[in-house]
Ligand binder design. Structure first.
Ligand code: PMP
Ligand code: GLN
Length: 401
């Protein structure tokens, strides 16, 4: 068979998806959602809600199509959405942005991450520091951009980084420290001390900071999200990324954004305009409406998800799993060793047939050399209807211990 040249192989290898046959496998989310569809199992795998978000937001998108908002929006994003993102950053975090220079609308956080990494990485000497487990696209995009991934482990039960290990990981070769907070898959929220140390190290080694804050409004137990960009000394070297998908239950719309100093945003735009150019004309005004919803909407979604987290946690514990209660995000990680998950990937592949539930092995968020450290850990999504979570718990309780 012909060998197909190009960057796809190192991208697939970086993501841990290059098969023994030399082909690229689908992501774990695609694999597990396909398994859910095939078996009819309850999908607590891929993180998407099973209910619609606010009707105000949905109806603006419908009206936009009816009113002819169907052509290319401006490359940076619709003016009103750019303004709404700035208002949001000011309202929640006191960050003042220039809507014409400091903001860029992207095709989800995924494109913002890819464009930022491609734009800011220079070559094979560059290193990108990430916390491991990490969201799957990070390793893939770092590999696509031709840089080296350096990992700092997050270990159970609290999944907080060891700051000495962080200090060892960041060097003069570090181009970017990529921080996902609140964190997928662990649900960890980083401490003020960790945020400050990230900024101090970035300054010391002249690195950039790229943040992924897609779960910014989904934090629990009275905690409030603090963007790293608001830490002293962070602003000039930080790009903050977020997305509408989780906040407004519109994961399929793929509206994301990034913000930061104009020169950094411009550098990302230089790449982004040749990836998608623009997207989602009809969704952009709807997300502008969403970002302007009252504070009670934002506190309400966190409260609702916290109750679901608690319900899922109870169900998992009752089924014999050891639960690591998350402070944020859609997800709960549990140690399923006691119910037979010595190898979480095999466990998750067989779970739909055995009890009708889909979940994601944490090893999918970890490089091959560290998978042993996370072998029995499984991620469950709490962003589902109460009756679905209850039924999933009943099914999991049938697992032999
Ligand atoms: N980052 C993290 C941590 C995520 O969990 C997700 C996915 N849901 C994304 C980025 C991608 O976001 P989007 O769907 O807006 O591209
Ligand atoms: N962010 C989602 C998750 O972690 C997956 C999105 C995707 O499939 N790329 O479940």
């Amino acid at each position: 068979m012909r060998t197909i040249p190009g960057a796809w192989r190192r991208t697939a290898r970086g993501a841990g998806l290059l098969t023994a046959q030399g082909e690229s496998a689908p992501t774990v989310f695609a694999e597990m959602s396909a398994l859910a569809a095939r078996t009819g199992a309850i999908n607590l795998g891929q993180g998407f809600p099973d209910e619609d978000g606010p009707v105000e937001v949905l109806s603006v998108a419908r009206e936009a199509i009816a009113n002819g908002v169907n052509q290319y929006p401006p490359g940076r994003g619709q003016v009103d959405l750019l303004a709404a993102i700035c208002e949001h950053q000011q309202r929640f975090y006191g960050i003042r942005l220039d809507p014409e220079r400091d903001v860029l609308v992207t095709a989800g956080a995924t494109e913002a991450l890819a464009a930022a990494l491609l734009a800011l990485i220079d070559g094979p000497e560059d290193e990108v520091v990430v916390f491991e487990p990490y969201y799957d696209s990070y390793a893939a995009c770092v590999a696509l951009a031709g840089a080296r991934l350096v990992t700092v482990p997050l270990r159970h039960p609290d999944f907080q980084p060891d700051l000495d290990e962080l200090r060892d990981a960041v060097t003069d070769r570090t181009r970017i420290i990529l921080v996902n907070d609140p964190h997928n898959p662990t649900g960890t929220v980083f401490s003020a001390e960790t945020r400050a140390e990230i900024v101090r190290l970035a300054d010391l080694h002249d690195a950039l900071i790229v943040t992924d804050e897609v779960y910014e409004h989904l934090v629990f137990d009275g905690i409030h999200h603090t963007p790293i960009a608001t830490e002293t000394g962070a602003w000039e070297r930080t790009l903050s990324i977020s997305s509408a998908g989780k906040t407004f239950s519109t994961t399929g719309w793929k509206i994301g954004w990034l913000s930061g100093p104009a020169e950094l945003v411009n550098a990302v735009l230089a790449v982004k305009q040749f990836l998608t150019y623009t997207n989602g004309a009809q969704f952009q005004p709807a997300i502008a409406t969403g970002l302007r919803l009252p504070d009670t909407f934002f506190s309400g979604i966190a409260d609702t998800l916290q109750r679901k987290r608690d319900l899922l946690g109870e169900g998992l514990r009752a089924a014999g799993l050891r639960v690591f209660t998350p402070s944020g995000s859609y997800f709960t990680v549990a140690d399923a060793t006691a119910v037979g998950a010595a190898d979480a990937l095999e466990f998750c592949r067989s779970l739909p047939e055995r009890v009708g539930v889909v979940a994601i092995p944490i090893t999918a968020f970890v490089g091959p050399e560290h998978r042993g450290d996370y072998a029995g850990l499984v991620r469950f999504a709490a962003c589902k209807r109460v009756e679905v979570l209850t039924e999933a718990s009943t099914r999991l309780a049938a697992l032999p211990r």
